[in-house]
Design a protein around this ligand. Structure first.
Ligand code: SAM
Length: 284
């Protein structure tokens, strides 16, 4: 059996306000409410859609999941690659404990992505957790996947289609971590950058309509998933109250971007991801 490591969340520094740790604290408190069948159906479906987008016949010996939660998505990834050695990174101890009970054979590491030492994996997957990572962590996840495949599912807000695909644009922007240069708004620029960074890219959109018996049920569910928090920030409690006051049936449409890319190490030489400007330069 593989070892299970449980390490404390690293010191938070002077402010103690790092976004990753705030999210971990939120999910730590929400673990019991999160770990229920409705949420498992939802997160399990998203992870299954992501697995379906992976290249056929992909050989995965080492798999890392970032933000594994209570193991809903981990279970799907593990079933997709039963021979793989799975490492699940999850910074909220209460979420991780449930994940470990669900999947004791997985190696669980209690850390935010920022605290993950360098390592190499055939597949780095993150389902519905990418939105909680800070910019540095978003760049780190791409580097961890260098030489393998990166698979992300992330909730999208706003229009799903924008100069191709919004999920793509977001990810390319975050690879760079800086300003979105003017030339990148050019039609086709996103695809050009992606071709320089990755060997193959595959994207998709999943739409999931969820029916609720009342707005109260919907607002409770959004709260438990942390979605209310990310949608309304500090106004989450106010928004929850307003929704709870409405007793009518409710339907919530999720739009989730899927992104799968294979990269080779030569494209990621050096500590930094290629800059947007360098990636956009025509190749000789
Ligand atoms: C919405 S849950 C998704 C969990 C799981 N992937 C699933 O599909 O059920 C998001 C998870 O990301 C984790 N998370 C938040 N910040 C993180 C960070 N900086 N590094 C790694 N995981 C993080 C949270 O603790 C939470 O468990």
């Amino acid at each position: 059996m593989k070892t299970c490591r449980k390490e404390p969340i690293p010191p938070t520094g002077a402010s103690g306000n790092e976004p990753g740790l705030q999210a971990a604290a939120f999910f730590n408190a929400a673990a019991a409410a999160y770990d229920q069948p409705r949420h498992q159906r939802f997160y399990g479906r998203v992870a299954a859609e992501l697995v379906a987008l992976l290249p056929a016949g992909l050989n995965v010996e080492r798999l890392l999941e970032v933000g594994a939660g209570t193991g809903f998505s981990t279970l799907v990834f593990q079933s997709g690659f039963p021979e793989a050695q799975v490492t699940a990174l999850e910074p909220a101890p209460q979420m991780l404990d449930r994940g470990r009970q669900r999947l004791p054979e997985v190696e669980w590491i209690c850390r935010p992505l920022a605290g993950m030492p360098p390592a190499s994996f055939d597949l780095v997957a993150s389902s519905m957790s990418y939105q909680w990572l800070d910019l540095v962590e978003r760049q780190k996840i791409v580097k961890l996947a260098a030489g393998g495949v990166l698979a992300l599912a992330l909730p999208l807000s706003g229009a799903a289609e924008m100069n191709g695909n919004l999920a793509l644009r977001k990810i390319v922007f975050q690879l760079r971590g800086g300003n979105w240069p003017r030339q990148a708004r050019r039609r086709g620029a996103v695809e050009a950058v992606l071709r320089r960074c990755f060997l193959e890219v595959n994207t998709g959109i999943v739409r999931i309509d969820e029916e609720y018996e009342s707005c109260l049920g919907l607002s409770r569910s959004l709260l438990e998933r942390g979605a209310m928090h990310s949608l309304f920030g500090e106004k989450a409690a106010q928004a929850a109250k307003m929704m709870a006051a409405c007793q009518e049936q409710a339907c919530f449409r999720w739009t989730i971007g899927l992104f799968v890319a294979r990269s080779d190490r030569s494209r990621w030489r050096g500590a930094q991801a290629p800059s947007m400007a360098a990636a956009l330069k025509p190749r000789r």
